[in-house]
Design a protein around this ligand. Structure first.
Ligand code: ATP
Ligand code: MG
Length: 361
């Protein structure tokens, strides 16, 4: 069993703290995705798990064994990078077999493992080709094959699909999901891509500046972000944030107002908020509807309009001076410059306090 535990893992380069004390408990067979903005430490953390980068302090265990001081090849991990780094002069077969060949495994066993990996990855017909005779997606599958034959306890992927075009990404993403189901191995996958994170992960760790901002199931992060950072990072298009004030507070509701926004009452059981407190209202574009009459709502004029087919993406400049984006039905009658009313689904509103923490409505 390859449970993986990180305890207070830190990394500094010189006197710059890059990874600032990360705790993660990953269960055997889980598919974990690390997301976060560029430079937040995703690759560094992955390389520390792989043993390619020393840790400055803390502890990493794989399958109950402390691996801090073990070299990469003794950690039972295999890593797949963004650049596939295949040997151009070798065939697909030899590329996949490379690690086993230099480890001196018997030819018969190598052949069997390569055949197995080729079958899983549908590379059977391509084994005698050179990398230059393959598409990008096929090359990435060869790189994954090289990882599979090593039969690791943990697979580490660092943005493996980012060199592929959009259609290939979708295909290869589905193949990686299937590979995970078939092999049942623990996988950690780094990506910038929201959709990859949401669709592949059992749990997502959202990193920011070397710390984990939230670790949870994709839909939990979407529905219940712990803080403004996660709320703004998960979900595309991004959640709207509007500065508001608590007008009045009852046992289980808060009534809010903002400049140009009619009072909005949201359910908030047990929130310890005083009237007058400044808060941030978060509402996702897909939880806003528009209307054309004058009923209580946020009003403004449409300054951007993109028709996506089944949906329309609009940006509304409100009378209160905010910019609010909404995703509305593709058949809605709306044009650039129209004045529209915005209605927020009160059951889908989020509130954040001055520390950027969610009030957990
Ligand atoms: N060897 C190094 N020496 C000094 N600083 C480094 C080193 N490697 C990485 N860093 C710094 O550590 C930070 C984290 O880098 P890392 O590559 O882990 O980010 P990332 O989240 O993978 O970003 P990206 O999404 O762009 O790949 C960056 O600020 C980077 O400049
Ligand atoms: Mg990186």
């Amino acid at each position: 069993m390859a449970d993986l535990h990180l305890t207070q893992v830190r990394k500094c380069f010189g006197n710059v703290d890059i990874i600032k004390g990360i705790d993660l408990a990953i269960r055997h067979g889980e598919f974990i995705v690390f997301v976060g903005p560029s430079g937040c430490g995703k690759s560094t953390l992955l390389r520390m798990i792989a043993g390619l980068e020393e840790i400055s302090s803390g502890e990493i265990t794989i399958g109950g064994r402390v691996v801090n001081d073990l070299p990469p090849k003794e950690r039972s991990i295999a890593m797949v990078f963004q650049s596939y780094a295949l040997f151009p002069h070798m065939t697909v077969r030899d590329n996949i077999a490379f690690g086993l060949t230099i480890a001196g495994e018997p030819r018969k066993e190598i052949d069997a493992k390569v055949a197995d990996a080729a079958r899983i990855l549908k590379l059977d017909a391509l084994l005698d080709r050179k990398p230059s005779q393959l598409s990008g997606g096929q090359r990435q599958r060869v790189a994954i094959g090289r990882a599979i034959v090593r039969n690791p306890d943990v697979f580490l992927f660092d943005e493996p699909l980012s060199n592929l075009d959009a259609a290939l990404r979708v295909n290869t993403r589905a193949e990686i999901a299937k590979l995970h189901r078939d092999l049942g191995a623990t996988m950690i996958y780094v990506t910038h891509d929201q959709v990859e994170a949401m669709t592949l992960a059992d749990r997502i760790a959202v990193l920011d500046g070397g710390v984990v901002r939230q670790f949870g199931a994709p839909m939990d992060l979407y529905r219940y972000p712990d803080n403004l950072f996660v709320a703004g990072f998960i979900g595309s298009p991004k959640m709207n944030f509007i500065p508001v004030k608590a007008l009045s507070v009852s046992a289980d509701t808060i009534t809010l107002n903002a400049e140009g926004l009619d009072a909005l009452t949201v359910a908030a059981k047990g929130a310890e908020i005083l009237p007058g407190t400044a808060l941030t209202l978060g509402i996702r574009p897909e939880h806003i509807t528009i209307s054309h009459g004058a009923t209580p709502r946020h009003q403004g004029s449409v300054v951007l309009l993109e028709r996506l087919g089944h949906q329309i993406f609009i940006e509304v400049a409100t009378l209160g001076g905010h910019s609010v984006t909404a995703l509305i039905d593709g058949e809605e009658e709306v044009e650039l410059g129209h004045t529209v009313g915005l209605t927020y689904d009160a059951s889908k509103c989020h509130l954040f306090d001055k520390n950027a923490d969610s009030l957990r409505l």
